[in-house]
Design a protein around this ligand. Structure first.
Ligand code: HEM
Length: 427
């Protein structure tokens, strides 16, 4: 609808800024006006149509032909010529993998590559996740004060991802270092003078990933998604190509790492802010799996995802032309009262919590969702058992990296009295 002055963009749509202010603090709350009054609006600031109601977001996910995922990982900051030249020097050739790949290529690959994500396969990784979690908690359990993100929630999901992929132990430290640079390259807003340094690191990551892949090829019999992919390639080389495997290794780390680290940081913040719920989990670990799901709904780590409109269509009654870009606000959909009763309330017994769209929906829905859930479950089991008296350090300000899609606090400071640790009182 046109505004009284004839402008097609409403004042609130014009003011929408996903890189600042209220969207970073609480994306769902900052889009409440849209859910109520203008559920599909054009944002001149980013050049995207923003979709905010549950039914509309789900409908977009459901049709991945009309709404192509090809732009899902498009760089937010365009790369300088110099950075492009730097990447070329390393033969950087990152291809689309699963998440941003169109049909008909996507589904056959998804089908042949999904077995390692099934619950029966994930069971093999559980002891590794638990061991890593315990090791990290051992390091700080007697200190009395820690930033959970820096000391645990950032590194454990990265290391779990490397194990899941089947990266040999001796290569893990190098891969860890390079992958962090890659994240900045895709999602951050590096200043022009930083871009070349970032490109250097990404180029090195690409080459190193290639070397690790060659090493795995010598003996692809082991556990892990990459050795599995190598075995699939031997039978179906046209479905899983060399360049695909190479890209998959880098894309896999990125998909698995920050999403899970942020989701876990959001969960600890939310649970510790709702102290009585935290105490319920300490008393009854049977409640943890419901709590994980509700945390993913209420404060998920993917705030919005992207799709490209491939033919003229309508969404929520609004005409959208072919070629339009969509920002589908999963964080807003997850707090839509039309689907979730009292959607802003945090309720770990909510029956339809798992309807949330934090993992997407349909043909591209997150393959790693059960690995992520397992990690969050184990983090909560270990910390509610070993540090039930943990508290948020009061009056800390939570900060977030400005971006449209990935959301989690940079730091979550907690403190406790180590003399009160259950393992000291009751060894
Ligand atoms: C796809 C979120 C953890 C691997 C996706 C998508 C989202 C997402 C929103 C796109 C879905 C769509 O387009 O419908 C998350 C969140 C995570 C998480 C919030 C943690 C809480 C992981 C982990 C792994 C992983 C741990 C790997 C071990 C993938 C893969 C895809 C994907 C391979 C592409 C699937 C396809 O397009 O067929 N994820 N993810 N994710 N995720 Fe995750």
């Amino acid at each position: 609808a046109l505004q009284p002055n004839g402008c097609p963009v409403s004042a609130r749509a014009a003011a929408f800024d996903p890189f600042g202010g209220s969207y970073q603090v609480d994306p769902a709350a900052s889009l409440r006006w849209s859910r109520d009054e203008e559920p599909v609006f054009y944002s001149p600031e980013i050049g995207y149509w923003v979709v905010t109601r549950y039914e509309d977001v789900k409908a977009v996910f459901r049709d991945n032909i009309l709404f192509s995922p090809s732009i899902a990982l498009e760089k937010i900051t365009p790369v300088s010529d110099e950075a492009t030249a730097t990447l070329a020097k390393y033969d950087y050739a990152m291809a689309r993998t699963l998440v941003n790949e169109d049909e008909p290529a996507h589904m056959p690959r998804r089908r042949v590559l999904m077995d390692p994500f099934t619950p029966k396969e994930l069971v093999h990784h559980e002891p590794m996740v638990r061991r890593l979690t315990r090791e990290y908690v051992d390091r700080f359990v007697d200190t009395g004060r820690v930033d959970l993100v820096d000391e645990m929630l950032w590194e454990v999901p990265l290391t779990v991802a490397l194990h899941f992929l089947g990266v040999p132990e001796e290569d893990m430290d190098t891969m860890r270092e390079y992958s962090i640079a890659h994240t900045v390259n895709t999602w951050g807003r590096p200043a022009p003078e930083e871009q070349v340094a970032v490109a250097e690191a990404v180029g090195k990551f690409w080459q190193y990933a290639g070397q690790v892949l060659e090493k795995m090829r010598q003996d692809p019999s082991g556990h892990g998604w990459m050795p599995y992919g190598i075995r699939v390639q031997q039978e179906q080389p046209e479905v899983v190509t060399d360049s695909y495997l190479h890209s998959m290794m880098m894309a896999g780390i990125v998909a698995a790492h920050e999403t899970t680290a942020n989701a876990s940081a959001n969960a600890f913040r939310l649970l510790l802010e709702n102290r009585s719920v935290w105490e319920e989990l300490c008393a009854d670990p049977g409640l943890i799996s419901g709590a994980v799901e509700e945390c993913l709904r209420h404060s998920g780590s993917v705030a919005a995802w992207r799709r490209l409109v491939t033919a003229d269509t309508t969404i929520g009654g609004v005409d959208i032309p072919a070629g339009s870009k969509l920002l589908i606000a999963t964080s807003s959909a997850n707090r839509d009262d039309r689907h979730f009763e009292g959607a802003d309330d945090f309720d770990i017994r909510r029956e339809n919590a798992s309807d949330h769209l934090t993992f997407g929906f349909g043909g591209h829905q997150c393959l790693g969702k059960n690995l992520a859930r397992m990690e969050m479950q184990i983090f909560l089991e270990e910390l509610t058992t070993r540090l039930p008296h943990l508290e948020l350090v009061p009056d800390q300000e939570f900060t977030y990296l400005p971006n449209t899609s990935f959301r989690g606090p940079d730091h979550v400071w907690v403190h406790w009295d180590p003399a009160e640790n259950p393992e000291r009182r009751d060894p």
